[in-house]
Design a protein around this ligand. Structure first.
Ligand code: DOR
Ligand code: ZN
Length: 346
């Protein structure tokens, strides 16, 4: 069986930098026309000048002949000024601003300590129509790790929406029924991205036969009930779209006493979504989710090229090169049901 769809975009992606960037970029550029590139480098991408330089490094790292557009983001800090937001909008290549609650995840130390501290920047985003991308997790030490998203949705989103009703928001990598409900019942300014791991796995995957560091990401995998709600939203609702959150870390940083959060899904990203949609009989909605709702929300044109997937099983390698290290991809050593039909080898 074959499935042809408009070439998709990835609305949430970590590409890293340097040799790591060169290792992971080809997998994404092979499948996607564009990707929203996360700014949580060290140091973070907090200015338009830094975003321009990072964009140039990404373009320079593209394989010969690849046609791929990185959509850049700025990293919001307590000190981001309204003028930087205006400059971001004017640049034409910065498409959103990323909100990490300080301490929530990888390289979030410079993130926002309290959303009320960034009011001037939020007002500028609302004014210029630049979307705010939220890592929606409460970081208070007394909040259970499995409740962090729900608590953020309950505590932070209502006052944020009340004070900035015209601000366009993307609740990134949603993992709970609570977040899905919030987005479904909000107005057209609110959307969400959904990762392949949160559509295919529940939290049992973290402990299948032993502890599995390569299934550890933030927000952490949740109960089956939540996965079912995410599948329902992704396959039916116009404001849920594809964002892999593919987040590579070298093998040794994951298989250690305090491992990094992040799942590297880029080498089978669209194939994994096809599996998730197929499992609930919704393959006919994959193109909407992967190729239409994202550009519609961001106000960008839909792509005109196509890709074809073939139902032909292949085995994901146990590891892939990552600069001078190696990297363990999602579903390493396991069978992937769909294959990208573009003449290249997996
Ligand atoms: O699992 C994650 N990894 N979640 C994030 O929010 C950040 C990401 C990363 O950069 O590794
Ligand atoms: Zn991310």
């Amino acid at each position: 069986m074959r499935l042809t769809l408009t070439r998709p975009d990835d609305w949430h992606l970590h590409l890293r930098d340097g040799a790591a960037l060169a290792s992971v970029l080809p997998a994404t550029a092979r499948r996607f026309a564009r990707a929203v590139v996360m700014p949580n480098l060290k140091p973070p991408v907090t200015t338009v000048a830094a975003a321009r330089a990072y964009r140039d490094r990404i373009l320079a790292a593209l394989p010969r002949g690849a046609v791929f557009t990185p959509l850049m983001t700025l990293y919001l800090t307590d000190r981001t000024e309204a003028a930087e937001i205006a400059a971001a909008k004017a640049s034409g290549f910065v498409h959103a601003v990323k909100f990490y609650p300080a301490g929530a995840t990888t390289n979030s130390e410079n993130g926002v300590t309290d959303w009320r501290h960034v009011r001037p920047a939020l007002a500028a985003m609302e004014q210029h129509g630049l979307p705010l991308l939220l890592h929606g997790e409460a970081t208070d030490a007394d909040v259970d790790v499995f409740d962090r998203e729900r608590v953020f949705v309950e505590r932070t989103l209502p006052p944020l929406r009340r004070d900035f009703p015209g601000l366009r928001l993307v609740l990134e990598h949603v993992t709970t029924a609570d977040a899905a409900d919030f987005v479904r019942t909000a107005d057209a300014n609110v959307a969400a991205t959904v990762t392949p791991q949160h559509l295919l796995w529940n939290r049992n995957e973290l402990f299948r036969g032993g502890v599995r560091p390569h299934a550890w990401c933030l927000p952490v995998l949740k109960r089956e009930r939540h996965r079912q709600e995410l599948l329902k939203a992704a396959t039916t609702h116009p404001r849920f779209f594809l964002g892999t959150d593919s987040a590579p870390h070298p093998r040794h940083s994951k298989e250690t006493t305090c491992g990094c959060a992040g799942i590297y899904s880029a080498p089978a990203a669209i194939e994994l979504y096809a599996e998730a949609f197929e499992a609930v009989g919704a393959l006919d909605r994959l193109e909407e989710f992967a190729s239409q709702r994202g550009p519609d929300f961001y106000g960008l044109p839909r792509n005109t090229q196509q890709i074809t997937l073939r139902q032909q099983p292949w085995t994901m390698p146990a590891e892939v090169p990552f600069g001078e290290h190696t990297l363990v991809p999602m579903r390493a050593g396991e069978v992937i049901r769909w294959r990208l039909d573009d003449g290249q080898q997996n």
